[in-house]
Write a protein that binds this ligand. Structure first.
Ligand SMILES: [Zn+2]
Length: 234
């Protein structure tokens, strides 16, 4: 192998970031979806009775049938589509919704909590994301375990809630490579200068904080992890 090829290979290895992708639990359906499904089924039943089983069909029979069918089909469709997959790993937490991916790096997370409705709320400096804990118990367990290690100060989840979760296991979720991280446009945490080119950026491997390559501190200013030569190319 030539020197140039070798160098290229090690640069590529440096960039590798991994994360776990979790699809929502198959048994999960939100309460609204369950109610819509129940109402739909009831209306369908009443509609069938009003339209065909009664000796004199009721005028509103067809409407009941239509309403029931719409609610029922809607609940089935929504049940599968309303909660997206969650990703947890080197590049923070990301939520897939439709074709979009909302990502919040560990360094940008201000608070992780569970609200009264049972939703995991991840509040970031610019974006925020939320998903029902019931739909993603394993993803939540991983958010708390990785977040607790990387940025413990922003974790605001009660001990009782943590204890109710499954233990994070090595083979949870699907291990995927992190796609390109948006670096250009971020500001160096040490100098506050904007980072215009990806090649000038160095990232904290622990929390994802960005620095200009000539201003990498010994310790990450956001998460206190040892940096120096451990800072990675974007
Ligand atoms: Zn850091």
């Amino acid at each position: 192998m030539t020197a140039a090829k070798k160098a290229k290979k090690s640069a590529a290895a440096k960039r590798e970031r991994k994360e776990r992708r979790f699809t929502p639990e198959a048994t999960y359906a939100s309460r609204a979806t369950v109610y819509a499904g129940m109402i739909g089924a009831l209306a369908l039943g009443a509609g069938v009775y009003a339209q065909w089983l009664r000796e004199e069909p009721l005028r509103y029979g067809p409407y009941l049938l239509g309403l029931g069918a719409v609610c029922f089909a809607g609940s089935l469709w929504k049940g599968a589509a309303e909660v997206g997959s969650v990703r947890v790993g080197d590049a923070g937490v990301a939520l897939e919704s439709g074709g979009d991916l909302v990502r919040i790096l560990w360094c940008d997370i201000e608070r992780v909590s569970i609200d009264a409705a049972g939703k995991v709320q991840i509040k970031g400096k610019e974006a925020s994301l939320a998903f029902p804990a019931d739909a993603h118990p394993k993803a939540l367990a991983w958010v708390l375990s990785e977040g607790g290690r990387r940025v413990p100060d922003v974790m605001a989840v009660k001990r009782a809630d943590i204890e109710a979760l499954p233990e994070p296991k090595e083979f949870d979720g699907e291990l995927v490579a992190v796609e390109e991280l948006q670096v250009a446009g971020r500001h160096c945490r040490a100098t506050e200068k904007p980072i215009s080119f990806e090649r000038d950026a160095r990232l904290c491997p622990n929390c994802g904080e960005a620095y200009l390559k000539d201003h990498v501190p010994k310790k990450c200013l956001t998460c206190q992890a040892e940096l120096g030569t451990r800072a990675r190319e974007a």
